[in-house]
Design a protein around this ligand. Structure first.
Ligand code: MN
Length: 258
């Protein structure tokens, strides 16, 4: 199923949401699957895909235009040097420019208090940007792990998560449990500054973090709400609340400029 214009629920504010892309090193191509942009558009945002250009002046300019930042998933792993560890044998491919651009965009959006939503790799990047660390490979490092790399179909909710009682996620889910899809071999280990654990899988693996400060929207989820948002209420609520926060941020910035 693919969404069409008729699916969109656009309000009067259509905040501009930057979405980080991936880099195919063999093809020298920035790319990203359609679902991220379609989920943002359906929630009433204006999605734009961001090339991975690590130039500070470009990053300053593009960040100044954005009302929210969506950090997409990646088939690469963050360089463990970013969190002070040596690479372990099961570490996957590292794409340094992706790490550099995501971390630089997070720092700039944090400075502006702009809303951030991190998905999978993006949640891990958010955590590392805030000084946290990662499990380099769940199978190698977590005892009695559940299967976090489910395979196709990728939108199938495959494992349960438990949500922290007073979290934004629990509010969005309307309860303290949910089932989510899972396509990751890494996870958040040490939780970064101004983040708290909002969800864990049955094996204790951290599945979501959020910034509890009231003047922020900053959420990282280890699963993929961009797959299945058309059918899954929690996925839809995540995109709706993020775009809503970006719309509020845009209004605040405009008020300040007046
Ligand atoms: Mn998982």
């Amino acid at each position: 199923m693919s969404p069409s214009v008729s699916d969109s629920r656009r309000g009067p504010v259509q905040p501009l949401i930057g979405i980080t892309t991936r880099l195919d090193l063999a093809e020298s191509t920035f790319y990203l699957r359609r679902y991220y942009a379609e989920a943002i558009a359906a929630a009433g945002g204006t999605p734009v895909y961001l090339p991975l250009i690590p130039e500070p002046s470009y990053l300053d300019r593009v960040c100044g235009l954005l009302d929210g930042l969506l950090l997409s998933g990646s088939n690469s792993d963050l360089d463990p040097a970013r969190y002070g560890e040596e690479p372990r044998p099961r570490l996957g491919a590292v794409v340094p420019v992706r790490d550099e651009v995501d971390l630089a965009l997070i720092a700039r959006c944090d400075a502006r208090r702009a809303p951030i939503l991190g998905i999978c790799y993006g949640a891990q990047a958010l955590n590392v940007a805030r000084g946290g660390s990662l499990v380099q490979d769940i199978e190698a490092e977590v005892a009695s792990a559940v299967k976090h790399d489910q395979g196709a179909p990728y939108d199938r909710p495959s494992h349960q998560i438990r949500l922290a009682a007073d979290s934004l996620l629990a509010r969005l889910a309307g309860g303290e449990t949910a089932r989510v899809n899972s396509s990751h071999h890494q996870a958040i280990k040490g939780v970064g500054r101004d983040l708290r654990v909002a969800a864990r899988a049955g094996d204790g693996v951290i599945e979501a973090v959020e910034d509890p400060r009231p003047d922020r929207f900053c959420l990282g989820v280890q699963w993929h709400p961009e797959l299945g948002w058309e059918r899954d209420a929690l996925s839809r609520a995540i995109f709706d609340s993020f775009v809503q926060a970006a719309g509020n941020f845009r209004s605040e910035i405009r008020d300040l400029a007046r």
